[in-house]
Write a new protein. Sequence first.
Length: 174
Amino acid sequence: MKTKAKKCFNCKEEFLPFNTLQKFCLKNGCIKAMVEIQKEKEWLKKKKKLIENLKTSNDYLKIAQQIFNKFIRQRDNGLNCISCDKPCKKENAGHYYSQGGHSNVRFNEDNCHLQCEHCNTYLSGNLLNYQIGIEKRIGAGRLMELQAIAHETKKWTKEELKELIEFYKKKIKK
């Protein structure tokens, strides 16, 4: 089988490649350019790994929270605000038990629902109405279970957070 002439990635001159994956001709300058590009690709891979290794638990916690909140907004898409029962102009993922003070239920799907920006930010969650809405949505039994586990302390590890990130990324894609 005869290979077709290709243009060199570096000098743009035509050449006959030895195989279909060859992108550079065999001129000295082009080989040097190919080696430099390969070194750059290897450095980018290494740099990505180094950056990944430098991430702290807090970094993963922020990423996991963003992805979890995105999932909640997607899950509750089309529903009204859990607190005021009005359509949301700007959607937030509102937590019944705050994410800062109740780390155990931070990523609990029963604890987090679609909430409008006004209720979540300006009314500090509008908790009295949130309690009425959450009871309607998940029922009294599940609300009692949520209350039982809400005050336990949880220290999230990097591995747990990485798993959560992957889990909710997959759920978002469905």
